[in-house]
Write a protein that binds this ligand. Structure first.
Ligand SMILES: [Zn+2]
Length: 76
């Protein structure tokens, strides 16, 4: 049996080789939420999504303020 880690809860939709979409529901077990699908011999283990450790780019909606400062050195 293979193990698949999922971030969805409580229903896990997946596709079988024959194209059928199968839904299994996670159940609380020791150590977390799990669901076993006998149809594809897969155990789904819920893993809570964690914030990415990768630094994200700042929001493009807030571009850095640039230029147009009065430096006092311009020749007017
Ligand atoms: Zn399955």
């Amino acid at each position: 049996m293979r193990t698949l880690y999922v971030a969805e809860y409580p229903a896990i939709q997946h596709r079988h080789d024959d194209g059928a979409i199968v839904t299994v529901r996670l159940k609380r077990r020791a150590g977390g939420f799990r669901a076993v699908c006998a149809g594809c011999d897969t155990e789904f283990v819920y893993r809570r999504p964690v914030p990415s450790a990768i630094a994200h780019h700042k929001s493009p909606l807030l571009p850095p303020v640039k230029g147009n400062w009065d430096s006092g050195e311009d020749d007017h």
